[in-house]
Write a protein that binds this ligand. Structure first.
Ligand SMILES: Nc1nc2[nH]cnc2c(=O)[nH]1
Length: 150
């Protein structure tokens, strides 16, 4: 966890983004690192956890992090929570809570609330727009031979 916090400090002090850091550990070894890089990359998805997941997956040559533990300086936001579930590490350790993040100006409670709303009731409207070919990608995926499920 001290490595995750050091990365949070480093990123913030070097103008990379908000004060968040993350490391991913497998068999006692750090296999991925990240700090929030939203400002330096103009990428709103460049959160510490996403950066660390990408780094770990690249170094392990895998799209899954089974057998890994993720250490983050702060409880993950909803986007990172989703990324973590798709990556499937064994455990997540976090230092600060999302309430402490909110106090520092990183309030994601509104996103958690949006998840409970019907798509069309959200602040950003999510509008169903079906066309004839809507289900073609899923049909083709289901029929695809030798597909890799994840
Ligand atoms: N945990 C976490 N929360 C955030 N909120 C805004 N950016 C971040 C980030 O990189 N990590």
């Amino acid at each position: 966890m001290s490595a995750a916090i050091a990365l949070a400090q480093y990123g913030m002090q070097h103008g990379q983004g908000g004060p968040f850091g993350c490391v991913i550990v497998k068999d006692g070894r750090i296999v991925g690192k990240g700090y929030n890089s939203v400002l330096s990359t103009n990428d709103p998805t460049a959160h510490a956890e996403v950066m660390a997941i990408r780094d770990a997956c690249k170094s392990l040559g895998s799209f899954q992090l089974t057998g890994c533990d993720l250490y983050t300086s702060c409880e993950p936001c909803p986007m990172c929570l989703g990324a973590i579930y798709w990556a499937r590490p064994d455990r997540v350790f976090y230092a600060c809570t999302k309430e402490e993040a909110a106090e520092a100006g990183f309030d994601d409670a509104f996103i958690y609330k949006e998840l409970d709303r019907a798509p069309t009731e959200r602040k950003i409207p999510f509008i169903p727009l079906r066309i004839e070919a809507s289900d073609k990608p899923f049909q083709d995926w289901k029929e695809k031979e030798n597909r890799t499920n994840y």
